[in-house]
Write a protein that binds this ligand. Structure first.
Ligand code: NAD
Length: 486
């Protein structure tokens, strides 16, 4: 049985406490690995190693050399692509096609893109007038923020973790990462790549464990951690923000969503169906900017519902290695219980179940897996809990609308503000609607099309701050303004 240890100061170490937990294959329910659970002692050791690395070679390394090492990390992931791919698919159950097109390549790209960006980003300079006529010159100097605590979720484990570690290291910080307890493998494997690439000890540290009263909470409370970047549930964000208040530490949060898709009658229907299929059902609906509310203009409502139903029923469930599989299980039995609770609630709230609504029949090898049917509902009231709360499963509610003002009111009537998509051939309308949507990301005639130089994050309860491109650099560095009197 594989054993997964913490990665601290360049070494794989067990827990002082001897506490171990299981890493479960969500497709079968079988144990894939045994994971060491970190406590205060491991977080202390990791934070100390990260602090020492800042004061040592890494902290004094010329930018060009740092960037070269980050390129080697990306190359190292690509060189071991298949190993990362299998580890990610085992931990999440996601189809190979998804991990090979998105998770692993993006995991590698996150190191290159930020290395290149930091090398090329200018600093601002202002010349000012002074009463004596000589003037003064102001320029801003960028410093690393220090030790960054990174807490990541299970839905896109390598991608979302490196999305934070990439810019943090590019800006010269060091990190202590607490990956999700559900998906420890790729974060652990990255330690080997860091060593192979020549990243100095203590720059990248990983402590495994849970959230409350475990490695996660201890990391958020540690006085040697200068800032916290987190992706996960809004409720967890609230707990982390409280911990960060001690010591006035900065936070960057990418949180939950209840994202709308708006389909106008003039949309290219093939593209709208294909895009909504992906946004509702990809990764078994466990994508932060996945669509759970679909608003379709009345003339094309019936056609849209019928075609999305047909699409959902054609999804092929199975093991990630099986030919043609494009739909995996949910992450765990616990998460399935939560999603099935919403499936039941939808019926209690009066939904029409267009398709799905339960658990599929799977063959014996998947007996203990967290399988669930892709599900579509219509007919719910706008204040139904199923329409208002994030479910994070392969399901959506479709509702008709008549005009632009009405649909904007419906789409924005949520405490979240992460993402939205708009499907129309009328680009003036697309622009008008996109600008009025309360969301950090709006896709027009597409979904999940990401240029890593663009701002990424959510408004309202969906997050704080923006990462991506130069926006991430604002969080991962401190600025000192130098004013020279001439
Ligand atoms: P989660 O909040 O349960 O867990 C995320 C991480 O936080 C895990 O590593 C967990 O161990 C840790 N954690 C939990 N409680 C903690 C605490 N009190 N202190 C410190 N750490 C703690 O989220 P999840 O279930 O792993 O992920 C699903 C959620 O993530 C969904 O709400 C989804 O919308 C959100 N998400 C958002 C984005 C985005 O970019 N906005 C991306 C992916 C996922």
């Amino acid at each position: 049985m594989k054993e997964i240890r913490h990665f601290i100061n360049g070494e794989y170490l067990g827990s002082d406490s001897g506490r171990i937990f299981d890493d479960i294959d969500p497709a079968s329910g079988e144990v894939i690995a045994r994971v060491h659970e970190g406590g205060q002692a491991e977080i202390d050791a990791a934070a100390r190693a990260a602090r020492d690395a800042l004061d040592g070679e890494w902290g004094h390394m010329p930018v060009a050399q740092r960037m070269e090492l980050l390129h080697k990390v990306a190359d190292g992931i690509n060189a071991r692509f298949e190993e990362f791919l299998i580890a990610e698919c085992q931990d999440t159950g996601k189809p190979r096609s998804l991990a090979s097109h998105i998770d692993i390549p993006r995991g590698a790209a996150n190191f290159k893109i930020f290395a290149d960006l930091v090398k090329n980003v200018p600093t601002e300079t202002f010349h000012m007038d002074t009463p004596d006529g000589a003037g003064a010159l102001n320029y801003a100097v960028r410093h690393p923020k220090g030790v960054i605590g990174v807490i990541s979720p299970w839905n896109l484990p390598l991608l979302l973790m490196t999305w934070k570690v990439g810019p943090a290291l590019a800006c010269g910080n060091t990190v202590v990462v607490k990956p999700s307890e559900e998906t420890p493998q790729t974060t652990a494997l990255l330690g080997e790549v860091m060593n192979e690439a020549g990243i100095p000890n203590g720059v990248y540290n990983v402590v495994h464990g849970f959230g409350p009263d475990s490695a996660g909470e201890f990391l958020t409370r540690h006085s040697q951690v200068d800032a916290l970047t987190f992706t996960g549930e809004t409720r967890t964000g609230t707990a982390i923000m409280k911990a960060a208040a001690d010591g006035i530490r900065d936070v960057s949060f990418e949180l939950g969503g209840k994202n709308p898709a708006i389909v106008f009658a003039d949309a290219d229907m093939d593209k709208a169906i294909e895009g909504t299929m992906r946004s509702a059902f990809a990764n078994c609906g466990q994508v932060c900017f996945g669509t759970e509310r679909v608003y379709v203009q009345r003339p094309v409502f019936d056609e849209f519902v019928a075609r999305l139903k047909e699409g959902a029923e054609s999804l092929r469930m199975g093991h990630f290695e099986d030919e043609g599989v494009n739909f995996g299980p949910l992450i765990s039995q616990e998460h399935r219980d939560k999603v099935l609770g919403y499936y039941r609630l939808a019926e209690e709230e009066g939904a029409t179940v267009v398709t799905g609504g339960g658990v599929p029949d799977m063959d014996a090898r998947f007996g203990g897996g967290a399988w669930i049917q892709p599900t579509i509902w219509t007919g719910l009231d706008d204040d139904a809990r199923v329409v208002r709360e994030e479910i994070f499963g392969p399901c959506c509610h479709i509702r008709p609308f008549d005009d632009e003002d009405e649909v904007l009111g419906l789409a924005n009537d949520t405490e979240y503000g992460l993402a939205a998509s708009v499907w129309t051939r009328d680009l003036s309308r697309a622009n008008r609607v996109a600008r009025r949507l309360e969301a950090g990301l709006v896709w027009v005639n597409s979904w999940f099309l990401r240029d890593l130089r663009t701002p990424f994050g959510g408004s309202k309860m969906s997050g704080i701050g923006r990462e991506g491109g130069v926006h991430g650099l604002e969080f991962y560095s401190e600025l000192t303004n130098v004013c020279i009197k001439l």
